[in-house]
Design a protein around this ligand. Structure first.
Ligand SMILES: Cc1cc2nc3c(=O)[nH]c(=O)nc-3n(C[C@H](O)[C@H](O)[C@H](O)COP(=O)(O)OP(=O)(O)OC[C@H]3O[C@@H](n4cnc5c(N)ncnc54)[C@H](O)[C@@H]3O)c2cc1C
Ligand code: FES
Ligand code: FES
Length: 1469
């Protein structure tokens, strides 16, 4: 694009100059549509920075920007800003130092943070890990002040200041990450322990020490830290062996890169660079195994070292010793002196105006306001870009395109804050002036400092600080600006209500108009429209302070689905000024979320003016006026009308009380004026494993943990580009049910767009159908679409950006058809898939249920609904299909749990036999069932295109595409009837259970099967009739998700149990105990509860350890004396059946073990690694069986060329099935090696054995196989004698959760959770604790937070982290204790190493939080005189909880549904 000469006279087209991991970069002509993430990921060796969402909501893309703090107070200090690379404009890097996860360490020489995260199990699938590492890295680096040599980090800094609120992890349950971060609090810097307000001095030559950390906080020290930059204790070494980042893969000139850039290396690390000492560098993946074996490393069967085995590798060393139940870890110490320095050259960097771009897009970077106004004058429509947190979302998700963009965040004049220094008389300040593009983090810090000093007079600044603390995530606050928020004019802006309420005004400027003011109260003219002229920019925001003696209070409030990093449902700011008589002289009540723009409640304000504040009539007239003023209708955009209206009144109610308290006008209930508070988390793992063996049973970190923490771990989309590779993007239906009248591909094809496309015509009609159980889903829509997000075709292009643009360009004409979304609608329309399975027990078998009902003393009936759950694995579905033209083979890399099905269907769509399709996966960034079948679709679509073009095809779905196309956990509804005696003994259950399958069957029938078989949870019911129904609707096709119908079923059970308990006035715990299964009793599917029934023991152990009775009593006491704050506690058991229930054929596995002549061992099995630690456990099993150290064994990936017909890794059976198959292979090999062990000794090293066996021509490769015995349930067989068990065994557990609820808003916190599980003899307790904690937190999300919403016409509205909330760091239990069942021997465990599957079973225990909340709500209802039975469906969101309370405010806020009115959103359970 040709720029105006007046611009090019000032702005020069120059390369972008910056530093990346210590290396100077000059970037010529980069793609102007690239974000920082696009650039980083285009570089070889820099794939650690991940794309998880592209909208700033997950933190997977976090990098650190090192830059000079130019604010007056801290001028010259280097600051470290965690930012979202997915939003950050590439031009913003100029003059800065970008640090990625690769820049701080590698697996041979990790940063102490990376090492601690790995050793403390802070990484499971690892996809979130680099982002979390970088957020923590920024926090740690900002904790050190070089000038004072002070390193200050407190627990509250780690947990309460929001450093991690922009990062999500779906696997770990966050606890181990916090634990790893907190090791820096007890860091040993020059012998002093820093923490709890203490600080330690660190001099530049301070001693580094290796420290040992215990979870009890003790620290010991000894030698060199081995930092990548070198340690002051290291002996002098030659510099320059590795790159400045300590990583050989730092950016290099790339031959095939489309970008031209020059690189100049410069060391930015303070110490000399050294390569690690070879003798200490045993690789975690065992790659050094082939090296000569050290003769002094020995180990015998009892664990003492033996000749030749390679004990003492990095991996072995990281197995912690347990002392008094506490793991003891050795960590390299942290020394701030060895960190990457801010490049000295950047201190003298010339800040010049520059531009770059191409014919369609140009970026300009002015460095003065004058330069900015010049551009705006020439191009009034040019887009001003600050933090880009709004702009980039518009570009990526709303298809906005800005030909000219101006990056303004480096203009000093727009970043000034009028800072008040200590010697200024505070009374003289009447206004605070904030530079329009000052970062929110800086504004937050400024407001905190000044408001503290101003006291009550600074309440407006405190209100801003409070809003900013819970505004987006830290990464966004570090770059986003007030001007960006104001100019966006979002109706749910958090800041605008405060600015309007306090009477702020803006200074704006344009070249023609010079400076002018815009009053905030009149600034917003409508939905996202303002009075700001096009050619003007906001330069400053003026915030008036009240006169010194004024009696004025300003407060702000925000209510959202999740406390951290969530957009508001309702946000508000209130300001009141009283005269000396306590009468209202000024008042502003301003709301977000109540109208299409930020609005003042003007009628209410008028009604309150002149009123005595401290008078209940003022409060009453205020609430009544608000109820009238906000006359929301039932279908109001955004939904939740009653909740929003109730909140609007509730927040004012809180404000009224807060003003009284602050001004000491009277006494108020403290619960009314404090929001639910989260303290610093704590917790324990019992770390007691009496079954520990030499390798099995040890707490070995995940074998990829270090690679995941350093960004070296490779996921599908991290694989290097293939020769002539193309990128495919699916063309998705934008309608939920419609005829495809016309699909016109032509606009998508051509220069700069797609090279081609494939659709239903690209494969034979019969090959177009797929499905796990029934082939009923088309790969490509054929004539009709049945769901929003259904693939119609796939376009492919040279780059992802082009393919995405091409996909948007396809022209599709639809003819809409009626839509069925909910289970109720499906039942009404009779829209079902064939299923018809039933469970019958007792009288139901003889069709005598009617007789039983008559005998029941009490009968309860009800309907329970539980919503679905989005998997939200951090890595979306991805695949890379590489065709081989010579052999007509396809190598299919797919993020799949199911290599066999991937192979089968790629074979189907390409027309080649399975032996020509190698389906492979190395690891997944989480899966949770979402990649068991749904991953097949993307791989097949790409395979069709790869075959057509004869070129490799790649795609990683965008988060919204993934959420639209891949389905969720099934929403389920049950209509149940329960009969019992009057003292609560259950007699009969009859239930119809419906799951919402979506538009195709996928595994919905099997999910329903498991659901029906878990409808008893742990309770014996003599007579049972359960009917399963699979509803066909027009939502996406729902699929497997951790628990596979079990968690939904057990929620239904606990709901009917609660109804019975409340109906009979029996304590729920008592009712549960009365009905718990006893050994020998039969489940509804006629399986005998066998002698390993441990629920009663688990209940009694946890009951005692968690001090349940005393806590229950104290909660009851608390609730009796608190009206607005309630507590609840709940103890819930679970039993979960292990095996692929009725798909008998899936209960088999294969393994291949190959011993090479050097003693190294290659292991393949059918299982896939998705973060659950399967590879680690399987290596442990093989190492134990073959009597070798774990790094003797290597599993590169899971591939159908090694293991044929592998079952999906699912149903918590990965270890059971594959472990047994491995054992079988090892048994064969051990048998063949037996003569050599006899000859060389039973503990002879594998190198000696293998070499000797090879010379004797012994086969050192073995295939193992195992099929699960005993099971084989037949549906419809009600004969107890002939029926076989459905499940191999049951994993069991109990949880107790205690919560606190803010009655006024529905917000809550989990005060404490205790979990006790029977998981047999754990193969790796560390991994199992992680599975339990992670599953519980996922369950907590399912039952209290995660809610998918559809529009009335069937579009999924929750398509990213912005709208769909999973638990974050602040949502985990404040105290979180996990333990294993103690003191039992298992009589019937025939599983591998007598362990039990653990992946799915603990998830249901998250329901203990919902039932604890229910108790809290029940107490509030009692206070409010509400006696009707409470139906609390899942998820129990703040909205549902608030609406259940039944107080007077709710009555005022209730919006009545008028005839014909529909809600804005639909939930589909
Ligand atoms: C994950 C996520 C979470 C979020 N959470 C919240 C939240 O909790 N609360 C909330 O209120 N918002 C939230 N937002 C919205 C957004 O972050 C804010 O609106 C932010 O303040 C925008 O600032 P920015 O500098 O990034 O704006 P940009 O994206 O750079 O710009 C936004 C708009 O402002 C204009 N603009 C920027 N600077 C100027 C200027 N000086 N003069 C005139 N116009 C200007 C731009 O032209 C553009 O139209 C969130 C966004 C994301 C992506
Ligand atoms: S990918 Fe950037 S925040 Fe999710
Ligand atoms: S380890 Fe965090 S998402 Fe998997």
């Amino acid at each position: 694009m040709e720029l105006d000469p007046s611009i090019t006279a000032v702005f020069k087209k120059t390369p972008l100059e910056f530093y990346l991991n210590g290396t100077r970069i000059q970037l010529f002509d980069p793609n102007p549509q690239w974000t920082l993430l696009d650039f980083i990921r285009s570089q070889h060796g820099l794939k650690g920075t991940k794309l998880g969402c592209g909208e700033g909501g997950c933190g997977a893309c976090t990098v650190v920007i090192q830059t000079l703090d130019t604010s007056r107070e801290r001028s010259g200090r280097v600051k470290h800003l965690a930012v979202n690379a997915c939003l950050f404009p590439l031009i913003g890097v100029v003059g800065k130092h970008i640090i990625t996860v690769e820049g701080i360490g590698n697996s041979e020489n990790p940063h102490p943070l990376q090492e601690r995260m790995a050793k403390l199990h802070g990484s499971q699938c690892g996809f979130c890990t680099p982002g979390i590492v970088m957020s923590l890295y920024a926090m740690i680096r900002n904790s050190y002040v070089p000038a004072t040599k002070e390193f200050r980090l407190r627990e509250s800094d780690v947990e309460l200041e929001g450093h991690l609120d922009g990062n999500l992890c779906r696997c770990t349950g966050y606890k181990p990450i916090l634990q790893a971060a907190k090791t820096f609090i007890t860091e040993n810097l020059k012998g002093k322990i820093v923490g709890s307000g203490e600080t330690a001095e660190v001099s530049h030559d301070s001693e580094c020490s290796e420290i040992s950390y215990t979870s009890e906080g003790a620290v010991k020290s000894n030698f060199s830290c081995g930092r990548p930059g070198g340690c002051c204790k290291d002996p002098p070494k030659t510099a320059g062996k590795s790159s400045p980042s300590g990583k050989s893969s730092s950016p290099k000139r790339s031959e095939d890169s489309s970008e031209t850039r020059s690189i100049e290396r410069s060391s930015t690390s303070e110490s000399a660079i050294s390569s690690p000492d070879e003798s200490d560098s045993a690789s975690i993946s065992g790659t050094t195994y082939g090296k000569p074996i050290k003769s002094n490393e020995k180990q015998s069967s009892d664990g003492t070292p033996v000749e030749g085995t390679k004990i003492g590798s990095q991996l072995d060393a990281s197995v912690p010793k347990i002392e008094h139940g506490v793991p003891q870890y050795d960590f390299a110490c942290y020394s701030p002196n060895t960190e990457l320095l801010f490049p000295p050259a950047l201190r003298k960097f010339d800040q010049n105006p520059l531009f770059y771009g191409n014919s369609t897009h140009v970026w300009l970077r002015p460095v003065t306001l004058k330069q900015l106004l010049l551009i705006k004058d020439a191009y009034p429509s040019a887009k001003v870009v600050g933090g880009a947190s709004e702009v980039q979302v518009e570009v990526r998700f709303k298809n906005s395109s800005f030909p000219i963009s101006i990056y303004v965040s480096d203009i000093e004049e727009l970043r000034e804050i009028d800072i008040v220094s200590n010697d200024v008389d505070l009374d003289t300040i009447y206004e605070v002036v904030l530079g329009a593009n000052t970062s929110l983090t800086d504004v937050e810090a400024f407001c905190r400092d000044l408001s503290r000093r101003l006291g009550q007079r600074g309440s407006v600044l405190e209100a801003i600080r409070k809003q900013l603390r819970y505004f987006a995530g830290r990464q966004i606050r570090n770059v986003a600006s007030l001007a960006g928020n104001i100019a966006t004019a979002s109706p749910i802006s958090d800041i605008n209500p405060v600015l309007v309420a306090c009477g702020a005004f803006l200074t704006a400027q344009s070249k023609s108009r010079v400076k002018f003011n815009l009053e905030m109260p009149t600034f917003f003219t409508g939905y996202r429209t303002t009075t700001l002229p096009d050619d003007a920019v906001i330069t400053h925001i003026h915030i008036p302070l009240p006169p010194p003696k004024a009696i004025e209070i300003t407060k702000a409030y925000k209510q959202s689905k999740r406390k951290d990093d969530d957009i508001a449902i309702v946000t508000a700011a209130f300001r009141v000024r009283l005269d000396d008589d306590g009468l209202v002289s000024e008042i502003s009540l301003v709301y977000g979320g109540m109208a299409p723009k930020t609005v003042a409640a003007t009628s209410t304000m008028k009604a309150l003016l002149g009123k005595q504040w401290h008078s209940s009539t003022t409060l009453d007239s205020g609430t009544a006026a608000l109820a009238q003023e906000f006359d929301l209708n039932f279908g109001v955009p955004g939904g939740m009308p009653t909740y929003r209206k109730t909140l609007a009144i509730s927040l004012f109610f809180r404000f009224w009380h807060e003003v009284i308290a602050d001004l000491k006008l009277g006494k108020v209930d403290p619960d009314l004026i404090t929001e639910v508070h989260r303290g610093i988390s704590s917790g324990s793992r019992d770390n007691h494993n009496p079954h520990e063996q030499k390798i099995v049973g040890k707490q070995i970190p995940h074998i990829s943990a270090l690679k995941q923490n350093t960004g070296e771990a490779q996921y599908v989309d991290d694989m290097p580009p293939q020769d002539r590779e193309l990128y495919g993007v699916m063309v998705l239906s934008s309608r939920a049910h419609a005829k495809l009248v016309e699909v016109d591909w032509s606009p998508a094809l051509g220069l700069g767009l797609a090279m081609g496309y494939v659709d239903k015509n690209s494969i034979p009609k019969e090959a177009n159908l797929w499905g796990s159980v029934v082939k009923d889903e088309p790969f490509f829509a054929d004539g009709k679409v049945f769901s929003h997000g259904q693939p119609i075709g796939l376009v492919y292009a040279e780059t992802a950006l082009r393919a995405q643009a091409a996909a948007r360009a396809v022209r599709i004409v639809y003819e809409d058809l009626p839509v069925i979304l909910t289970i109720d609608e499906a039942i009404e329309a009779g829209s079902f898939f064939k299923h018809g399975k039933m469970l019958k027990k007792g009288a139901a078998i003889e069709e005598r249920m009617e007789d039983v009902w008559e005998k029941c003393e009490r009968v309860f009936e009800g309907t329970t609904r539980i919503g679905g759950q989005e998997h939200f694995y951090l890595e979306t579905n991805a695949a890379l299909v590489i065709p081989n033209l010579e052999d007509k083979t396809f190598e299919v890399w797919s993020s799949t749990q199911n290599t066999m099905e991937t192979q089968e269907f790629v074979s189907q769509v390409t027309g080649v036999p399975s032996h020509r399709v190698d389906a492979r996966v190395k690891r997944m960034g989480g899966a949770f069932g979402g990649k068991e079948s749904r991953s097949v679709q993307l791989a097949c679509l790409l395979a069709v295109a790869a075959k057509k073009e004869g070129r490799p095809m790649r795609c990683m779905l965008n988060r919204d595409e993934d959420m639209m196309t891949t389905g969720q956990r099934h929403p389920i509804q049950s209509r149940w009837k329960v009969g019992c005696t009057s003292n609560g003994k259950l007699i009969a259950l009859e239930a119809d259970v419906y799951d919402n399958a979506g538009f195709s069957q996928d595994m919905s029938g099997a999910v329903m099967d498991r659901c029906c078989t878990h409808l008893d949870n742990c309770y014996e019911i003599p007579n049972v009739l359960i009917r399963g129904h699979v509803c066909k609707t027009n939502t996406h096709s729902n699929t497997a998700f951790r628990g596979f119908g079990g968690p939904q079923a057990m929620f239904i059970t606990e709901s009917y149990m609660t109804a019975v308990a409340e109906g009979l006035h029996i304590p729920i715990d008592e009712l549960r105990l009365r009905n718990l299964y006893k050994e020998g009793q039969l489940t509804p599917f006629l399986q005998k509860i066998d002698q390993d029934w441990h629920i009663p023991l688990l209940v009694s152990q946890i009951h005692q350890e968690a001090n349940y009775d005393a806590r229950l009593a104290s909660i009851q006491k608390f609730n009796a004396s608190h009206k607005w704050r309630k507590r609840g506690i709940s103890m819930i058991p679970t039993k979960f059946g292990l095996s692929f229930a009725t798909a008998l054929h899936l209960n088999q596995a294969g393994a291949s073990v190959k011993i090479y002549a050097d003693g190294s061992i290659l292991l393949h099995h059918g299982g896939t690694e998705m973060g659950q630690g399967l590879y680690t456990k399987m290596v442990q099993v093989a190492a134990q069986e073959l009597n070798v150290p774990i790094d003797a064994i290597f599993t590169p990936d899971s591939t159908t060329y090694q293991i044929a017909n592998a079952s999906p890794t699912a149903a918590s059976s990965g270890s059971d099935l594959n472990g047994m198959a491995i054992k079988d292979a090892c048994d064969q090999l051990n048998e063949r090696l037996a003569p050599f062990r006899e000859k060389f000794g039973k503990d002879a090293d594998m190198k000696t054995l293998a070499h000797a066996a090879y010379l004797e021509r012994v086969n050192l490769s073995a295939n193992g196989f195992w099929k699960m015995p005993r099971i084989g349930y037949t549906w419809g067989n009600y004969n107890i004698e002939t029926q076989k068990p459905m499940y191999y065994y049951f994993t069991q557990g109990v949880a107790i959760s205690e919560v606190e609820l803010d009655v006024l808003t529905g917000s809550h916190t989990v005060l404490r959770t205790d979990i006790k599980m029977d998981i047999g003899r754990s193969i790796n307790p560390a991994i199992d604790y992680g599975q339990i904690e992670g599953a519980f937190v996922q369950g907590l999300g399912l039952y209290t937070m995660e809610e998918s919403l559809w529009t009335q016409d069937g579009k999924l509205a929750t398509t990213g982290p912005g709208t769909y909330k999973i638990p974050g760091f602040s949502d985990i239990p404040q105290e979180f204790n996990v333990s294993f069942l103690q003191g039992v021997e298992w009589g019937h465990l025939r599983s591998i190493q007598s362990s039990k599957g653990v992946g799915e079973p603990p998830l249901f225990l998250g329901a203990s939080v919902l039932f604890a909340l229910r108790m809290a709500v029940m107490s509030a209802r009692k206070d409010n005189g509400v006696n009707e039975p409470l139906v609390l469906d899942s998820p129990a969101t703040p909205e549902r909880l608030r609406l259940a309370v039944g107080d007077e405010i709710l009555k005022m806020g209730t919006v009545v549904q008028r005839e014909g009115e529909k809600g804005f959103f639909v939930t589909v359970a």
